[in-house]
Design a protein around this ligand. Structure first.
Ligand SMILES: [Cu+2]
Length: 176
């Protein structure tokens, strides 16, 4: 029960019920306390979470490159990615890769949806972050700060490591 008292919002009602409730009341309200605490804990940890971020290190003569990552939605409402930024790029667009007449082409997306409890993947051959107007091309191993903006959640940032990637995973970019 003492854990209930630690929660500011619930603290007063839980603590007073615990101190003056009969055993039947106590049981019923301790269940309510527990459930409320669980939902509070879930609310606190929900929201965008980014993992596995990397940026493709291309020759320094290139003025743009692609970033990849996973967006995890631990919440119970859909998340919508509406924009992105990077510390080395003047502007970042959300792109996807589509096949047109047998050729892979990039297409700009206005947004990308992450279902409740789901994951959206930015990965070679599919959706990616297009880093444009680069101030410098990151060398392999260098870190790049990537941030995502959401329609109704706070911005989420991560540190991506630059890498040349695996041989063959950059096919889509040959047709940029
Ligand atoms: Cu692109």
């Amino acid at each position: 029960m003492h854990s209930c008292r630690g929660v500011t919002i619930l603290g007063r009602s839980c603590a007073s019920l615990v101190s003056n409730g009969g055993s039947q009341l106590l049981n019923r309200y301790s269940l309510a306390c527990g459930a409320a605490l669980l939902s509070l804990a879930a609310g606190a940890s929900a929201g965008p979470r980014i993992s596995d971020a990397w940026v493709r290190a291309l020759p320094p003569t290139q003025s743009s490159t692609a970033g990849y990552l996973r967006v995890h939605n631990d919440g119970d409402e859909e998340l919508v990615v509406i924009g992105a930024s990077a510390d080395i790029a003047g502007r970042v667009e959300i792109h996807t890769t589509v096949e047109v007449d047998g050729l892979l082409r990039m297409q700009r997306l206005p947004e990308l949806r992450v279902p409740a409890g789901g994951v959206a993947e930015f990965a070679p051959g599919g959706a990616h972050l297009m880093l444009l107007e680069l101030s410098r091309m990151p060398a392999p191993g260098q870190e790049v700060r990537l941030c995502l903006q959401f329609a109704s959640a706070p911005e989420a940032c991560t540190v991506a490591t630059a890498s040349k990637g695996l041989a063959g995973d950059g096919a889509a970019h040959h047709h940029h």
